[in-house]
Write a protein that binds this ligand. Structure first.
Ligand SMILES: O=C(O)c1ccc(Nc2c(-c3ccccc3O)nc3cnccn23)cc1C(=O)O
Length: 468
């Protein structure tokens, strides 16, 4: 349909998962009318009359961001939560100096090489509070021609005083989303976030059906070891995930836009630690012996050089896919698991992916036992790495995402259908961004690497790529 869907229509269609993609300039209108939003839609007065907001991100172009708020909201208090230090911090503050309503919060980065990667909006309205967890930087190019993911919470109404309790958390959901979000904010140890913690405590989150999956920098031990990163995933799936017998031969799909150093061979981190968490399930562990893992069990989606070259942005899309040649050379085994970026169903095969998503897929890829959208790329910094004989989880960066489990959306639900016309009441359709079945790299395909030149074939704008 070519008519411009109103935001209310989009949100109605998005229910109950509320998982949308950002609008893309240059693709047919129908693909921007279906489960798609622009930042101006998220900040529009249709969402509610704003009182104040907080914008957690890695990159903030503050003058551009202010333009995305409707005029009547541009004077409302805005908290910018970032990880900039030194010159980056100076530049960021310069961008904010003309806006008296802006307060800055610098997230402490105690672990070297860590980043404040979390992308989240907290929106306090006169009639409630909304949480938006997404994957886009607050810069124009991230909302122009890329594939980005956005989870928009239901409107959480204010608790009335009688429902408030002095200790503990009232108004939480069975997924403990409110408690986990409060704990995440507490880890910043920031006065300006104390205020937002209060706002959250005063609202009713019982309608939150997703699990929070977040990372905070540090060396987490004891109970905290399972609160963050891939160990949170292991805990949630082990307790509330699919029955191990049901997902015996299912595969983990991982889709991301950057890759860290994963170690000399797959059995150490990728398949030995990270995959073991993603394959966790209820009942007898579905843990695979790391050395036996093949592309049958682990399907990774990462843009190929051709994906980037032929994308709407051309090679410059690669400036947001920072996979370096030094790491690529050291982990050739990783390339054996790779699949192309392909999203014909959503009209986004040429909209370079900056979204990060993970799922457990049935052998025929027609169903999923869970789905996750997050800021976390395929890196130890983001998901954490076990130390001290598995007693400590070391994480370098802040990350945040949400996980969807079928039984929290449909009573007794065991799986989502990924094929719209094969969905049923018991197996609802989940709008994943990429096409299934996945398409493996050909022998000729290479993963995109951002710090080497490409002069053999021009990109969609006729240009070569010659990095700095
Ligand atoms: O989401 C993503 O895929 C993503 C991945 C990596 C990333 N890091 C990053 C950094 C950097 C700075 C300081 C310490 C570590 C760093 O990695 N410098 C750049 C420059 N250009 C693009 C990315 N850069 C940022 C994002 C993101 O867009 O948030």
């Amino acid at each position: 349909e070519d008519h411009q869907a109103t935001f209310q229509e989009v949100m109605k269609e998005a229910s109950p998962f509320n998982f949308l993609l950002t609008k893309v300039t240059g693709i047919p209108a129908e693909f921007n009318n279906k489960l798609s939003v622009h930042i101006k839609d998220i900040l529009s007065v249709e969402m509610g009359e704003l009182v104040e907001s907080a914008q957690f991100n890695f990159m903030h172009d503050i003058p551009w961001l202010m333009e995305q708020y409707p005029a009547e909201h541009r004077s409302k208090p805005l908290l910018i939560v970032h990880g900039e230090e030194r010159q980056g911090k100076v530049t960021l503050h310069e961008g904010a100096q003309n806006f008296p309503n802006i307060t800055m919060c610098q997230a402490k980065l105690d672990m070297i090489y860590g980043t404040h990667h979390s992308k989240m909006m907290l929106l306090l309205y006169t009639n409630g509070l909304r949480v938006v967890i997404h994957t886009a930087n607050l810069i124009e190019q991230d909302w122009y021609q890329k594939t980005q993911g956005v989870w928009i919470s239901p409107l959480f109404p204010k608790l009335d005083k009688s429902q408030m309790s002095s200790d503990g958390i009232t108004g939480d959901s069975i997924t403990h989303f409110k408690k986990d979000l409060v704990e995440y904010l507490t880890m910043y140890k920031s006065f300006s976030l104390l205020r937002w913690k209060q706002h959250i405590l005063q609202h009713d989150f019982t309608s939150a059906k997703v699990f929070l999956v977040a990372s905070v920098p540090g060396r987490h031990t004891g109970e905290s070891k399972n609160k963050w990163g891939h160990m949170k995933v292991r805990k949630v799936l082990g307790k509330q995930g699919p029955q191990a017998s049901f997902v015996k031969n299912w595969s983990v799909a991982g889709q991301f836009s950057s890759v860290g150093s994963l170690g000399a061979d797959q059995s150490k981190y990728l398949c030995g630690e990270w995959l073991q968490s993603m394959l966790s399930a209820k009942g007898v562990g579905t843990l695979y012996a790391a050395k036996d893992v093949t592309i049958k069990t682990l399907k990774l989606i990462f843009p190929s050089k051709e994906n980037v070259r032929t994308s709407l942005e051309g090679y410059p899309a690669g400036a947001s896919i920072p996979y370096n040649i030094q790491n690529a050379r050291k982990q050739q085994y990783f390339h054996a698991f790779l699949h192309k970026w392909k999203a014909d169903k959503r009209g986004r095969s040429r909209a370079s992916p900056h979204i990060k998503t993970y799922a457990l897929l049935s052998p025929d890829s027609k169903n999923a036992a869970w789905f996750m959208v997050t800021s976390a790329n395929m890196s130890k910094a983001a998901w954490g790495t076990l130390e001290k004989n598995g007693n400590q989880l070391m994480i370098r960066s802040y990350e945040i995402g949400v996980m969807f489990l079928p039984e929290y959306f449909v009573d007794g639900g065991e799986q989502f259908s990924l094929v719209e016309d094969q969905s049923t009441e018991a197996t609802p359709y989940f709008p994943i961004p990429w096409d299934v079945p996945l398409e493996p790299y050909t022998k000729a395909d290479r993963p995109w690497v951002w710090d080497i030149p490409y002069t053999d074939k021009p990109d969609s704008h006729g240009n070569a790529w010659i990095p700095g």
